[in-house]
Design a protein around this ligand. Structure first.
Ligand code: NI
Ligand code: MN
Length: 228
């Protein structure tokens, strides 16, 4: 069993495991960095971390076209449910079993208001435990927080961390996050979409590898990284 993670640009990511496609924060049509269009992307599940437009993106259209189940917080699940989308509402600290494995919502330090002004609950990250026991942590939009150490205690094979600064952790705090989480592999996300979050990911990756034992992988939108 392998897990393939593809970065679609910004916070949008896709994971494929045993033929099951899990799409994360599918901001695609308005995303200048997107490597795929919403009418072509595959999804059996959609993980939505919070209500901001650059994460909600094309969730409603993709979920309706594909029939994907949207896993998100309770408040956003209700909001999406009213639009005819299939949802599973969870909340921070709570996990649920799906065909591909176990999904726990983790704390994230951020906002979550929905584009129409509706209350979007608390923002989240995701801790995925696949059937072979391998764990992937998607921090999603967040500032640095000390309890990332607790997430790291679970033994993380792969983490994706924002490095863009301005709205989320920047490179310095993302490096501190790597030190708290100690994942085997890390991929930077949520940068270079717009000028406001421009970063030198290669320089960041070099620092990660110089200062920690984590392997850092810089992807271009559309590139994939696979763990066994
Ligand atoms: Ni956000
Ligand atoms: Mn964002």
């Amino acid at each position: 069993m392998s897990v393939k993670l593809t970065w679609y640009g910004h916070g949008a990511q896709g994971l494929e495991v045993d033929g099951i496609k899990i799409l994360v924060d599918p901001f695609l049509s308005d995303n200048p960095a997107a490597s795929i269009t919403p009418d072509r992307v595959a999804a059996d599940y959609i993980l939505l971390s919070h209500g901001h437009g650059d994460h909600l993106g094309n969730t409603v259209d993709i979920a309706k076209r594909t029939g994907a189940l949207v896993i998100t917080n309770f408040e956003i699940a209700n909001w999406l449910g009213k639009q005819g989308v299939k949802t599973e509402g969870q909340h921070i600290g709570g996990g649920c079993h799906y065909a591909f494995g176990y999904v726990k919502l983790t704390q994230a330090m951020h906002g979550s208001g929905l584009p129409d002004g509706s209350y979007g609950g608390n923002p989240a990250g995701f801790l995925l435990t696949f059937k072979n026991g391998k764990k992937v942590y998607l921090a999603c939009d967040t500032g640095l927080f000390g309890d990332m150490r607790l997430i790291g205690e679970e033994g993380i094979e792969l983490a994706t961390l924002p490095i863009g600064d301005h709205y989320t952790m920047g490179p310095e705090d993302a490096l501190r996050a790597v030190k708290l989480i100690q994942p085997k592999h890390v991929i930077p996300v949520h940068y270079n979409t717009f000028d406001l979050i421009k970063q030198d990911a290669a320089a960041w990756a070099a620092r990660v590898e110089a200062e920690t034992s984590t392997k850092a992988h810089v992807l271009n939108p559309g590139d994939s990284f696979e763990i066994d």
